[in-house]
Design a protein around this ligand. Structure first.
Ligand code: MN
Length: 296
């Protein structure tokens, strides 16, 4: 049985691009107003986050946080360039510290390679750098009770982990019990032949789930078969966090829009989008749960 067991979250970039006090307050307020339990805070520049302000605002609205980021080519731990690996390792350790200090128990994203379109495949030496670095990051995270999630993303955003299976193989190689698989329906829709089967195969490693539409806009306006996903999550008794993610250049910076290839706006009002997403996800989870309670 799932549904009521899952914490529901929303990505901060649905509401705001920055993390000044007014931006943080407005985003966390909007998160609470839409009925989400937690907000996912992007840590692209961890040291820029005002930790005590963030803790204060989260407390004010009674919400918790998760944290995520994507590495860049400059901080690519799957590179053969030791300087890039060193910079990436330092960035990830900074991110772990900030996650710990804002009270988050989850740090995930494209933290195993750059979040970028590669023009060649990964190398075995680069993969070794990635595994060694993530093993050290996971050990540091474990000291603070933080789970580390590897988000499988589509082929245009990484060359290393494009599927749940590929993520599970890397997780087994790292061999740390606090490293989990992070799936995202937007990316799965591009890379997985059968979303339900992919979730079932990954059930022992799955620890975080992003809900995003195929066009990254309003849920229900694209081609992702969400009810099949909710049903499968219920079937495997997934009790982890489910977070809504969507991007619009109405909110995010031109640089980030470029990195994510957001070339047109599918929405302008993040609060309306979030309220719709919350009821869409809750409704789908409730249907899935009723189905397991009264099989027909
Ligand atoms: Mn995602």
């Amino acid at each position: 049985m799932t549904g009521n067991a899952n914490q529901l979250g929303v990505h901060a970039l649905v509401f705001t691009a920055g993390w000044s006090e007014p931006e943080c307050r407005s985003a966390v307020e909007a998160c609470a107003e839409a009925g989400f339990d937690l907000i996912e805070i992007p840590l692209l520049n961890p040291r820029s986050v005002d930790v005590s302000m963030t803790v204060q605002v989260l407390r004010e609205f009674g919400r918790s946080a998760t944290c995520s980021l994507g590495l860049s080519l400059e901080t690519d731990i799957s590179s053969e360039d030791p300087d890039a690996v060193r910079r990436g390792s330092a960035l990830l350790l900074d991110a772990v510290a900030v996650a710990r200090d804002v009270g988050a128990t989850y740090l995930g994203g494209v933290i195993y390679s750059a979040m970028a379109k590669y023009t060649r495949g990964p190398t075995s030496a680069g993969r070794r750098n990635c595994v060694d670095t993530l093993r050290a990051v996971a050990a540091r995270a474990a000291e603070s009770g933080i789970t580390v999630g590897l988000e499988a993303v589509n082929r245009y955003e990484s060359n290393l982990i494009n599927t749940g299976d590929a993520a599970c193989a890397l997780i087994d190689e790292i061999g740390a019990s606090n490293v989990v698989l992070h799936l995202d329906s937007y990316h799965m829709n591009i890379e997985e032949g059968d979303l339900a089967a992919a979730i079932r195969r990954a059930r022992h490693h799955l620890g975080y789930f992003h809900i995003g539409e195929s066009n990254r806009g309003y849920l229900g306006t694209g081609t992702v078969e969400f009810q099949a996903i909710f049903n499968t999550l219920a079937d495997i008794e997934y009790d982890g966090t489910i977070t809504f993610e969507s991007f619009s250049s109405a909110v995010i910076s031109p640089e980030f829009a470029g990195a994510l290839a957001v070339w047109r706006n599918l929405w302008t009002d993040g609060r309306d989008l979030a309220a719709h997403a919350r009821s869409f996800i809750k409704g789908g989870l409730d249907v899935a749960q009723r189905r397991t309670l009264s099989p027909s």
